[in-house]
Design a protein around this ligand. Structure first.
Ligand code: PLP
Length: 457
């Protein structure tokens, strides 16, 4: 069969060698980044033109004085003011392999050689098929999930999951989820989200029922008892149970398998659809899915991902296939994003990142150990409850107040480390660690955290 022109583009020696050349040239520049450094003399970070311009255009200031210059290397990123920071939040979890990873750049550039920038649900190209196939092969390993529908972000993937669940339950409205849940920023996902500061002035739709999450203060059977009360009251008005396998924005609180199983068994008995929101946990817990880490894959009917995949996706089982017309949308992800996402998942799958002794868990143990060492020595009792799952790590700093958390985040940033907050009472700081973090980088983080805590205590 004669190759299509598209196949010729894909296989062209000339194009491929030019792409290799471009990657080399990018790396020749970005490899000059050698570690954290302050802003260039002459630049005034507090009043940087870029930071002010963005604040002015949005009508809301940026949280950090952060405008990236476009250059980075691994966990390090250069900002427009010439400073280099250790980036341990990665766009709130997008850049799994950090900045300017050669294989990610190569895949992104390759995606840009094809005829269209944005792929659509009506007219997908071959990368749509390849990426969906990769995702389907991953999700089918340890669950009953079979199908994948792409979306442009986590919120839309979640909206699709909710619609699928509601259609299955013939229009039931009520959603069961945990206290302190986070589900995204659309009107409905903000309703599921349990953070009043994210929805000031929004009406309450009264469609969400909450359960207490696992904690040493709540007996395990309490959560199931509350679930049973909701079901008794609302019965067939409940459309799904949606949960994050580890509370994300809610404070990086993990729970053991024994906590989830009775809830999931109860859902099965009551025919309540189970939807796992893995938007933050996907690729980070030592397995592709946290439901694998927890060994609960067989219970999941619907699952959502985004962030590190570079594209959002909703997975569902045979029983949950939506009717025609329910899902749609113009965009299904850009061609470079589909190519880069495919490459990222391939690296994760093939290069020793997964499993209890893989690179992800090594980074986890090294980072948590460092935080605990500081807490026991130079930052005595100032960094408590370090933990999380895999590349998601959080710690409660200082007195756990919002004021101190914010002050520490800004001080860390000033000193060269970027992370972010999560949780409330106590207010924690969280790290979305890149999978390329080395022990030397963890030492850099240690010095900055120690210095910053000292400045504030
Ligand atoms: C658990 C969870 N669900 C949903 C979302 C929303 O995803 P997005 O910001 O891509 O819309 C997020 C984002 O942080 C998340 O952590």
């Amino acid at each position: 069969m004669t190759p299509t022109l598209g196949q010729q583009l894909r296989n062209s020696k000339e194009i491929n060698s030019q792409l290799d050349n471009l990657v080399e040239q990018v790396l020749a520049v970005s490899s000059k980044i050698s570690g954290v450094r302050p802003a260039d003399p002459g630049h005034e970070p507090q009043s940087s033109d870029d930071v002010k311009a963005i604040g002015g255009l949005r009508g809301r200031p940026l949280f950090y004085n952060y405008v990236g210059s476009g250059a980075g290397r691994g966990p390090y990123v250069e900002l427009e003011d010439g400073s280099v920071k250790l980036d341990l939040i990665n766009g709130i979890g997008i850049h799994l392999f950090g900045h300017a990873h050669p294989r990610v750049i190569r895949a992104t550039l390759k995606g840009a050689t094809f005829d269209i920038l944005q792929q659509g649900n009506l007219q997908p190209n071959v990368e749509y098929r390849q990426f969906s196939e990769k995702l389907a092969s991953l999700v089918r390993r340890n669950s009953r999930l079979q199908y994948v529908w792409l979306a442009t972000c986590g919120t839309i993937a979640n909206e699709n999951a909710l619609k699928i669940s509601r259609q299955k339950k013939r229009g039931a409205r009520m959603i069961v989820t945990f206290k302190n849940a986070f589900a995204g920023r659309s009107t409905m996902m903000a309703e599921i989200t349990d953070n009043p500061t994210f929805k000031v002035g929004m009406p309450d739709y009264n469609e969400v029922l909450r359960l207490p999450f696992y904690s040493s203060q709540v007996p395990m059977d309490k959560t199931l008892a509350v679930f049973k009360e909701h079901v008794e009251k609302y019965q067939d008005k409940i459309c799904c149970f949606v949960f994050e396998p580890m509370l994300g924005e809610g404070g990086y609180r993990a729970a053991p398998r024994e906590f989830f199983v009775p809830l999931l068994e109860f859902c099965k008995e009551q025919a309540i659809p189970v939807w796992a929101d893995e938007i933050q946990t996907f690729t980070r817990t030592g397995n592709f899915f946290a439901y694998e880490t927890l060994g609960i894959g067989q219970y999941i009917d619907v699952c959502t991902i985004a962030k590190t995949a570079q594209v959002g996706a909703t997975f569902y089982t045979e029983d949950f296939k939506p009717d025609a017309g329910l899902l749609g949308g113009t965009f299904s992800g850009s061609t470079p994003a589909l190519c880069a996402g495919h490459e990222i998942l391939t690296m994760m799958d093939e290069d020793g990142y997964l499993g209890p002794h893989g690179k992800v868990m090594q980074i986890h143990h090294g980072f948590v150990k460092m935080l605990n060492q500081l807490n026991e020595t130079t930052c005595k009792d100032q960094l408590v409850e370090a933990g999380g799952l895999g590349l998601m790590v959080a710690v409660t700093p200082l007195d756990g107040s919002k004021e101190k958390q914010l002050a520490l985040l800004k001080t860390l940033f000033k000193n060269g480390l970027i992370c972010f907050g999560c949780g409330s009472e106590p207010y924690r700081i969280r790290f979305l660690l890149p999978a390329v973090l080395t022990t030397a980088d963890i030492d850099v983080a240690k010095d900055i955290i120690e210095k910053s805590i000292r400045e504030l205590s």
